[in-house]
Design a protein around this ligand. Structure first.
Ligand code: PGA
Length: 251
């Protein structure tokens, strides 16, 4: 059984006080959702404060990025050990916004995944095709390469989560249909099965891109979709709680 995850990626939103308030609201509203794992990814500046709010709850903390060195002269970067020290157990890696605006390559993603694992953080590795790539019908090729390169030289799928996020669906209100998403999730599981054999049946693969309480039910009904990575809707407390509840009812 793969326990579903609903993760909220707050991106570059919320002050420390706003983050504390949002985390408290979520914490107070999750009764009855025991079947679902919840992960919050506030901005770096609020990680430590939010970790205090969610202490002794089932909510986990994630960073939205990490660097792949332990320490050193890397102005502006944050080491995995620092993230862990601030209370994180997860790290989102290779989000399409990092790839697009900060030129993260698959090689960087791979170094970050390796370092996250070595530090005891669970990476949430993001992959996904652009609209142009989907139109050209190269989605599987693109996503396959991203998955293989992200996991290069990684021996086990233990403590790894994948997020399939079609770039054209992120922040656009244009969600993938459940079948479109399921097809890619199944494809990813197939790629992982070639690489890791039967271990691929246990890895959780989340869908991300314009997830709402209205569309998450159909998505989560799909066999290979194990939860959601939520951006915009995770900033609205009742909407995010609505997504968590829907997933808990379904899986
Ligand atoms: P969105 O973002 O839910 O706002 O589309 C998803 C993501 O970027 O993880």
């Amino acid at each position: 059984m793969r326990k579903p995850i609903v993760a909220g990626n707050w991106k570059m939103h919320n002050t420390v006080q706003e983050s504390i308030a949002l985390a408290k609201y979520i914490k107070d509203g999750i009764a009855g959702t025991e079947k679902t794992e919840i992960v919050l990814a506030p901005p770096f500046t609020a990680l430590y404060s939010v970790s205090a709010v969610i202490k002794d709850t089932k909510i986990s903390l994630a960073s939205q990025n990490i660097f792949y060195e332990d320490k050193g002269a890397y102005t502006g970067e944050v080491a995995p050990g620092m993230i862990k020290d601030a209370g994180c157990t997860y790290a989102i890696i290779g989000h399409s916004e990092r790839r697009k605006y900060f030129y993260e390559r698959d090689e960087d993603v791979n170094l970050k995944v390796k370092k996250a694992l070595a530090t005891g953080l669970t990476p949430i590795v993001c992959v996904g095709e652009t609209e142009e790539e989907r139109v050209k019908d190269v989605t599987e090729f693109v996503v396959g390469v991203q998955v293989k390169k992200a996991l290069f030289e990684i021996n086990s799928l233990n403590n790894i989560v994948i997020a399939y996020e079609p770039v054209w669906a992120i922040g656009t209100g244009k969600v993938a249909t459940p079948m479109e998403a399921e097809e890619v999730h199944r494809f990813i599981r197939g790629v992982l099965s070639e690489m890791y054999g039967s271990a691929s049946t246990d890895i959780r693969i989340l869908y991300g891109g314009s997830v709402t309480p209205e569309n998450v039910g159909e998505l989560i009904d799909m066999e290979d979709i194990d939860g959601a990575l939520v951006g915009g809707a995770s900033l609205k407390p009742d909407t995010f709680l609505g997504i968590i509840r829907k997933v808990s009812e379904k899986k």
